[in-house]
Ligand binder design. Structure first.
Ligand code: ATP
Length: 199
């Protein structure tokens, strides 16, 4: 599995639709200060479900939409799509190519899409669970993040290892099962009380 391309339209400084293609090996993005290099990384984070405007270096989510320049009007929406090569089927979906996209309008309306079909943020998160690619994954290392990891709490570091070991999805399922069990125990207690009252 690898990232084949990113399509960006109306996201931050990218008013025009652009497609960046990636190939095997290392790709470097170079350009003058302020030309939008970090905006490419922000676009990847955003499409993977980043909910914090601060993490995207803005103050409101609307800040990700192209806000215009002296010569160009602001746009009404931002759209980013990641195309992943999935011929090794590391992503648990039958397609050899997976396109994950996110769109947001100034009205606040937003949607996620997987291969063109509307889906929930949770579906995007689950698709990338244990691949290291999610927004909490280790595949996007921001400036200063290495220091944070090294000096962070052991529990926080453990999360990274869990993700790399591929056990996050089992932990989540265990948590959901324990929650259900707790609810069922409460239901059972109520039923026992009611039965006693009736008897
Ligand atoms: P550096 O090398 O200094 O880190 P960079 O190439 O990483 O810079 P970015 O930080 O990605 O540059 O881009 C910053 C540019 O993006 C700024 O010119 C800023 O005005 C522009 N920008 C950010 N958000 C928007 C937006 N919503 N609409 C239009 N332009 C935006």
């Amino acid at each position: 599995m690898y990232l084949k391309s990113i399509e960006v339209h109306g996201f931050k400084s990218f008013a025009n639709k652009i497609v960046l293609e990636f190939h095997d090996g290392i790709t470097g993005i170079v350009g003058p200060n302020g030309s939008g290099k970090s905006n490419v990384a922000d676009a990847v984070r955003w499409v993977l479900g980043e909910q914090s405007a601060k993490q995207l270096r803005g103050s409101r989510m609307e800040d990700v939409i192209f806000s215009g320049t002296q010569t160009r009007k602001p746009l009404g929406y931002a759209y980013v799509a990641l195309t992943m090569d999935n011929s090794d089927h590391k992503l648990p979906i039958e397609f050899d190519e997976v396109i994950v996209a996110r769109r947001v309008y100034r009205s606040g309306e937003s949607e996620y899409l997987i291969n063109g079909a509307t889906c929930r943020l949770r579906d995007v998160q689950e698709l990338f669970l244990d691949t290291g690619i999610g927004k909490e994954g280790y595949s996007i290392i921001g400036q200063g993040q290495i220091d944070k990891i090294l000096s962070g709490k052991p529990e926080d570091r453990r999360e990274l290892f869990d993700e790399a070991a591929g056990i996050v999805k089992f932990k989540r399922r265990k948590y959901a099962a324990e929650k259900n069990l707790e609810e069922e125990k409460l239901n059972l207690a109520r039923i026992t009380d009611i039965t006693k009252e009736i008897e």
